[in-house]
Design a protein around this ligand. Structure first.
Ligand code: ZN
Length: 289
């Protein structure tokens, strides 16, 4: 039904809640990766916060941070700021089997339609691989950039900021988002921070909370909160992610916090509802009464 307003697209094998963790890499894997179903582990998001301060061009906060605990992740992903004429990695490289791919033409058709009808599209797509290898292509971010650029009239929400159960923040994660949100070519891109697997990185340290809050304050209209709790058995479980994010809410000015928690959702989906109603009126024949 169109009124659901959400074109919910599963696009990436590694991050999906229902997917199996990929096979471990031959190289030493990064530190502790929570098993599916395991309780969130309070591990320091060194990559997430570290990325901000390690990028000299990022205006983000410069809190002192510990070094990454594991071998350096993939090189800085410049995809969201790279000029289209000279992408860091060709979208045609590293292409695996078609299907759930950002390169599948069917996805373009879906997003074309979402833009025409006014639907909001939520896309699951991880940043980098779950176990990045040195020098690995940042093909998913490159492909995501190209996808958003191909559909400037479609409102696209990047689910979980590209993170997944086995996908830790890559180096420069916040800086990648910062550059993408600053780029007027991506004005149709929004970032969703739902899911306890994402929240655990954001609230793992005061520095991570502050760095995330600083980013949201720079783009107060572009971030969305959600729980991603599936069929919680009681309200306490439903509110788990909301409660986890309490330090982040507290680090934001009240008006920005409200936009993050509710306002941006209301604005985006209220506008979508109006557009979809208009599209329905123009395209869906009504039964004669
Ligand atoms: Zn999700």
């Amino acid at each position: 039904m169109l009124t659901s307003l959400i074109c919910y697209l599963w696009l990436q094998q590694q991050s999906i809640e229902n997917s199996k963790p990929p096979e471990p890499p031959p190289a030493p894997p990064p530190a502790a990766v929570p098993a599916p179903g395991a309780a969130p582990e309070p591990q320091p998001p060194a990559n997430l916060e570290g990325g901000v301060v390690q990028v000299p061009t990022a205006p983000a906060s410069a809190a002192p941070l510990p070094p990454p605990p594991s071998p350096p992740p993939a090189p800085a992903l410049e995809a969201l700021e790279a000029p289209a004429a000279a992408p860091a990695v060709s979208s045609q490289q590293s292409v695996r089997a078609p299907g759930a791919s950002l390169l599948n033409p069917a996805l373009d058709r879906l997003l074309d339609f979402a833009g025409e009808a006014g639907l909001v599209a939520i896309i699951h797509n991880d940043v980098d691989m779950p176990f990045p290898k040195p020098g690995q292509d940042p093909y998913q971010v490159v492909q995501m950039r190209d996808l958003v650029k191909r559909h400037p009239n479609t409102t696209i929400i990047w689910a979980h900021a590209g993170l997944g159960r086995v996908v830790r923040p890559v180096k420069d994660q916040l800086a990648i988002m910062d550059r993408g949100l600053a780029n007027p070519e991506f004005k149709n891109l929004y970032i969703d921070l739902s899911w306890d697997e994402v929240a655990k990185y954001v609230v793992a340290s005061p520095e991570a909370v502050q760095a995330t809050a600083d980013l949201i304050k720079r783009y107060p209209d572009r971030f969305l909160f959600g729980t991603d709790e599936v069929a919680p058995s009681d309200q306490q479980k439903y509110l788990k992610v909301y409660d986890m994010y309490a330090p982040l809410f507290a680090a934001l000015p009240p008006d920005v916090s409200r936009k993050f928690r509710m306002g941006n959702y209301e604005r985006l989906f209220d506008a979508a509802r109006q557009k979809v109603r208009a599209w329905e009126k123009a395209h869906v024949p009504r039964p004669a009464s």
